[in-house]
Design a protein around this ligand. Structure first.
Ligand code: ARG
Length: 553
């Protein structure tokens, strides 16, 4: 990554943020995804793994409740949620204050809440609030001491969340209102934080911040996978296999050349990710609900604080408030790039599945990355590769879900947009896990050199080389192609290999085919002859391996 890399803007932000008192601990998004919502309720390990969403759906909770003892224990920890939901019709979160005579019906609360999944945005939400508060003080809408109190309380809240001590309240709908409500409970000035801000621009901000970190992290993972491919290629640099078209043996290639094809695909993916950050890295805050604000907000200051700057350090802010609150192009773009990565990995996985079969027997996937059959004791199945292949389906599904969600939405913000999160989160998680496991699997894959050599030694793979030989003897290529085709048919009829035809048999087809023509069938020489840029020749593959090793260092 060069100096101009927009992915590096967070570095600039760290400096600015330090000056503005925005905590460094908040700078990095939760990259592990390990902090699960259930964890927030202080649950034990066995229940933590069950995942957050289901517990808000009454049906699922009941089913689970009936099923296991541990689930029963677990639900005790959730009692407050059921209480909270019951209380809902009497309670008034800030978004309903004044205007509403009644609270939300419990089932409407369950149906509309997003806290069960958008809690993941908590770091970004706190970070955005710190920047917004810093700006509010600058324009005189918060006093210095109010700002200090807000920043300290936000930091304390973040700490509680991290330590699983924060109590998320479903009646507060989402991560934004949960954090704001708790802030206001702790410091009265919290009631001023939402000045000039709407959840509509807030959520757009949080999503962009979250995705910026995710994209950066994915770029790193993709590079690790590229490294694994290059390493496997390098440690088998002399291994030759048949290259295939139509899944039929075509021409010999180095095994490393095949792997480097994926390194190239992943390089384009990585470039796409990096380029997408330039469009993503624009600050929507200050767009309000849809129409900005009458207050003299300093949008560019907030943008700078949050690292929304171009490579030259100039703040980037959205230029149309309605677009800013309803735009989810960045999510679609990420899901689209992620789909392509998933498709590339799916192809790689399919190659591995084929190579690991007895029919090919080119590779052996380590036991640690293979599974057995519950019935057939002899089986060793490439399940990890198969699931890598399969994961592309849901990643593509998520992309289609997002596009469908946006299609036909009237301007500007609509609650539909809340449904952007699960597909986006799931895509980021799935693709990251897929990239990571693919790298691990490759690191633990052995090449069966002997089987590769046997497959690559089929002289028919060099039929084109023989045609090229005839071209060098002055024969037009079409004539050469036909002559060699006739030879292949003859060899087949005689039940011998192409390089075993006698001089007389060669001559019977084409006079220019003298005995020395058979020298084209020397595999090593044949590979050395492939000197074009991008060809699977000995020198060229060596060069490409070295190029990638250097680029990936
Ligand atoms: N949870 C909402 C979402 O994810 C936040 C914005 C809600 N805005 C509103 N006007 N209801 O989109």
């Amino acid at each position: 990554m060069g100096n101009n890399n927009p992915l590096k803007t967070s570095g600039a932000f760290e400096m600015l943020a330090a000056g503005a008192g925005v905590g460094r601990d908040m700078l990095a998004a939760d990259r592990t995804g390990k902090l699960e919502f259930t964890h927030q309720f202080g649950l034990n390990n066995s229940t933590r793994a069950l995942g957050p969403q289901i517990f808000f759906l009454g049906q699922a909770v009941r089913r689970l409740h009936d099923e296991t003892d541990s689930a029963r224990d677990f639900l005790r920890g959730f009692s407050h949620i059921r209480r909270d939901l019951k209380r809902m019709h009497k309670s008034f979160p800030v978004s309903r204050s004044g205007r509403f005579a009644h609270g939300l019906a419990a089932e409407a609360g369950q149906f509309t809440e997003s806290i069960s999944f958008d809690w993941r945005l908590w770091k970004q939400d706190v970070l955005g609030s710190k920047a917004h508060a810093t700006m509010l003080q600058k324009i005189g809408l918060l006093t210095r001491s109010e700002l200090r109190a807000i920043l300290a309380a936000l930091a304390a809240i973040a700490k509680d969340i991290e330590a699983s001590k924060f109590r998320w309240r479903v009646e507060l709908e989402d991560v934004h209102m949960n954090i704001e409500a708790e802030l206001t409970r702790r410091v009265p000035a919290g009631a001023k934080l939402h000045t000039g801000r709407s959840r509509n621009d807030q959520v757009a901000l949080d999503m962009r911040l979250w995705l910026r970190d995710e994209t950066t992290a994915l770029v790193t993972e993709v590079r690790s996978l590229q490294r694994a491919l290059v390493r496997l290629g390098e440690s088998n640099r002399d291994v030759v296999i048949p290259g295939y078209t139509h899944l039929q043996r075509a021409q010999p290639i180095y095994f490393a050349h095949h792997l480097l094809a994926y390194v190239e695909m992943l390089a384009r993916d990585q470039q796409r990710l990096q380029e997408s950050v330039a469009r993503l890295n624009v600050c929507p805050l200050g767009s309000g609900a849809l129409a900005g604000s009458t207050l003299p907000l300093q949008r560019e200051l907030v943008a700078e604080l949050l690292g929304f700057v171009d490579p030259r350090g100039r703040p980037q802010v959205t230029q149309n408030s309605m677009d800013a609150v309803s735009d989810r192009d960045f999510a679609v773009e990420f899901c689209s790039i992620a789909s392509l990565i998933a498709v590339h990995l799916s192809r790689l996985a399919e190659d591995l599945v084929l190579w690991a079969s007895s029919e090919f027997n080119f590779v052996q996937i380590a036991d640690a990355y293979a599974t057995g059959s519950s019935l057939m004791p002899q089986k060793k199945n490439p399940d990890v590769a198969e699931l890598v292949r399969a994961k592309s389906a849901r990643v593509i599904g998520n992309l289609v879900a997002l596009l469908t969600l946006l299609k036909g939405l009237p301007m500007s913000y609509n609650r539909d947009l809340q449904e952007d999160k699960q597909p986006l989160f799931d895509t980021a998680d799935t693709v990251r896990a897929t990239v990571r496991i693919s790298a691990a699997m490759l690191e633990n894959t052995k090449v069966n050199r002997q089987a590769c050599w046997v497959a690559a030694s089929d002289p028919a793979l060099l039929a084109t080389d023989l045609a090229d030989y005839l071209v060098c003897q002055g024969l037009p290529f079409r004539q050469a192609h036909r002559a060699v085709g006739t030879l292949v048919a003859l060899a087949e009829r005689l039940g011998k290999q192409l390089n075993r035809l006698t001089p007389a048999e060669l001559q019977s087809v084409e006079k220019k085919l003298t005995a020395d023509a058979l020298s084209v069938f020397d595999l090593n020489k044949a590979l050395a002859r492939r000197k074009l840029i991008g060809a699977p020749g000995t020198g060229e593959v060596k060069k490409q391996l070295a190029r990638w090793r250097k680029r990936l260092d």
